[in-house]
Design a protein around this ligand. Structure first.
Ligand code: HEM
Ligand code: HEM
Length: 167
């Protein structure tokens, strides 16, 4: 692991992690469970659990890599309040991505132990849905912020995004 922290560009590995996760997240949302009874299908249940485990393990590896080797591309002179908001949104997305997978795993765990209805599983499903909806909000704020930086042409967009690069 190279310790090439810098302030203007993310490494190839960092970009790969970021965009691989965007695809994984979109796939996770597209193949979402529409109805809890779908989990009756044991092959489907196992696949959901496998997917969530894979998602979580990769997220942890990404998080460690990013914290050890990379730094935000926000310019030095960015107001402290803006730097802190960016940190909250970035770390918040990590927490919410992990909470999505963990609450999903908990649903799978309860279901595997025949707890298929009632207060416990209903509460966890509600938490799972709440976390996902909060995550949508954070991703929306994140993409709006990235677009704002693209318009500002301060290099933040191009440090992570491979298209519509600033000249
Ligand atoms: C599921 C969707 C997304 C998630 C969960 C996500 C998450 C993150 C996270 C956690 C970071 C901080 C660096 C890191 O730890 O990797 C980051 C950085 C960044 N992302 Fe995303 N991202 C998403 C989609 C997008 C999209 C669609 C764009 C632009 C079109 C974008 C643009 C950026 C930029 C420009 C940075 C660098 C910000 C900086 O250096 O302060 N992201 N993203
Ligand atoms: C990272 C992995 C996962 C992602 C990205 C994900 C994504 C989603 C999404 C987008 C929804 C719809 C939320 C809403 O409508 O507000 C949902 C609902 C749900 N998910 Fe997940 N999920 C994951 C893991 C799991 C796992 C492992 C299980 C169980 C084995 C599971 C069971 C459910 C159930 C029961 C619902 C509610 C269905 C209903 O409306 O009755 N999810 N999930």
């Amino acid at each position: 692991m190279s310790l090439d922290k810098n302030n203007f560009n993310y490494s190839k590995k960092a970009k790969l992690f970021h965009w691989f996760f965007v695809i994984l997240f979109l796939y996770g949302v597209a193949k979402q469970v529409d109805n809890i009874n779908q989990l009756e299908d044991i092959v489907f249940l196992r696949f959901e659990i496998f997917f969530a485990l894979f998602f979580l393990i990769f997220l942890i590896i990404r998080f460690i890599y990013m914290k050890k080797t990379q730094k935000s591309s926000l310019p030095e002179n960015t107001p402290l309040v803006q730097k802190n908001i960016a940190k909250i949104v970035h770390n918040g997305m990590y927490v919410l991505l992990a909470a999505t997978a963990l609450s999903g795993l908990l649903i799978g765990f309860l279901y595997s132990f025949n707890i298929k209805s009632g207060f416990a599983i209903e509460t966890v499903v509600m938490m799972h849905e709440f976390v996902i909806n909060l995550l949508y909000l954070f991703v929306l704020i994140h993409v709006l912020a990235a677009t704002y930086h693209r318009l500002k042409k301060d290099g933040v967009w191009s440090s992570m995004v491979p298209f519509f690069k600033e000249k």
